[in-house]
Structures are given as structure tokens and as C-alpha cells.
Design a protein around this ligand. Sequence first.
Ligand SMILES: CC(C)(COP(=O)(O)OP(=O)(O)OC[C@H]1O[C@@H](n2cnc3c(N)ncnc32)[C@H](O)[C@@H]1OP(=O)(O)O)[C@@H](O)C(=O)NCCC(=O)NCCS
Length: 179
Amino acid sequence: MRSDRQCKEACRPGSAVLFGEVAINPRKLGPDDLSACLQLDRIALTGLWTKQQWEQELADISRMVMGIDAEDQSLIALASAWLVVDELQITAVAVDPMHQRCGFGARVLQAVMDRATALGAVSATLEVASTNTVARAFYAQCGFSTTGRRRGYYSNGDDALLQSRSIRRGRDFRTYESE
Ligand SMILES: CC(C)(COP(=O)(O)OP(=O)(O)OC[C@H]1O[C@@H](n2cnc3c(N)ncnc32)[C@H](O)[C@@H]1OP(=O)(O)O)[C@@H](O)C(=O)NCCC(=O)NCCS
């Protein structure tokens, strides 16, 4: 189980996440991380993608997957996205349930947005199930606003909420929208 101390340290502002006494920086994941991504997908996203889909996600240069490892090198957080011209389309964010609410999700999401910003992205978008209240709170805290709804989008009938934000440094989404 995570300790309060680990959580407190992980939530410190700054570029590195602290886990225990060790600073952990997000890293770009690649084909060698396939089994770790599958495992994290299984426990945090209840099997969002197949092995073949993860293989493609990790190998395709138009996609990016960032991750955070624990001290024992196990993968505890990931964020995946596609860059379509100047729009970052975030496809998944997952944190090991044993390490949730410690700041890892926000840090790995920021890492993928930073990488995309360096490549010319100006906005980020994603879809979240209207019933996923934790993820909605998370994305709101990370600066996303709801910009649309797709009714019955998911196979269980849930609506998808479209979320967006600017990722240009120093500007918020409202500024971007009003231009
Ligand atoms: C959503 C998810 C990625 C958040 O990751 P996390 O590391 O636990 O989130 P963080 O610790 O970075 O939290 C950042 C903020 O999000 C919000 N938040 C996160 N978890 C929350 C919860 N359980 N309840 C309410 N707000 C929450 C809070 O505002 C939090 O800031 P705070 O702790 O200072 O209050 C994680 O819960 C997860 O993997 N869920 C399952 C997979 C999923 O639904 N992914 C999103 C759809 S692809």
C-alpha cells in the first residue's frame, strides 16, 4: 500500500515526482514496455486495448506514450496520445490503483502535453464517459473543460463528454477559444 508520506511527496510541485525518497521522471514508453502497459491497462482500465492495439500504440511514431516507473521499475502510470497536426488527442490515462491520488496521473498527463507542446501542439482533447466521475474530476483539475457530448457513444450506452484545453504555455482555454 502507498504511505501518506509517499503521497505527500509525490504531490509536490516541480518537474519530478517523488516516490519515497527517489525522484521519478516520466519517460517515453516503447515496444519494450508492451507487457507493462498491458498489465496496467488490465488493472486500471479493465482492458481498454488488446495486445495488438498496444503494440501499435507503442511502435507508431505518430503516437506517444509516457510512463512513470516505481522504484522497483514497475510501471505505475501512463498517458497515451496522438498528435494530429497541432491537436493532441489523449487516448488514455491510467494509474495503478495502489498509487492513485498521489499526483502521478497529473504528472504523466503533463508530461505527454509538454512533449506535444514541443512538437507544436496548441490544444489537447479527449473523451471521457459521463459516468466516470473520478476521471471527470481529474481532467477538470488538469484544466480541461467540457466542450461537447456524444450520446450513447460507449458500448454500455454511456455518453462521452468531449473535453478540451489549450496547451500553449501561459494561456488558458478560454483565451484560446475567444480568439
Ligand atoms: C483518473 C486517474 C488517471 C487519476 O490519476 P491519479 O494519479 O489518481 O490522479 P492525481 O493524484 O494526479 O489527481 C489529480 C487531481 O484529480 C482529482 N482526482 C483524482 N482522483 C480523484 C478522486 N478519486 N476523486 C475526486 N477527485 C479526484 C483531484 O482534483 C486531484 O487533485 P487533489 O488530489 O489535489 O485533490 C486514475 O484515477 C485512474 O487511473 N483511473 C482509472 C482509469 C481512468 O478512468 N482513466 C481516465 C479515462 S482514460
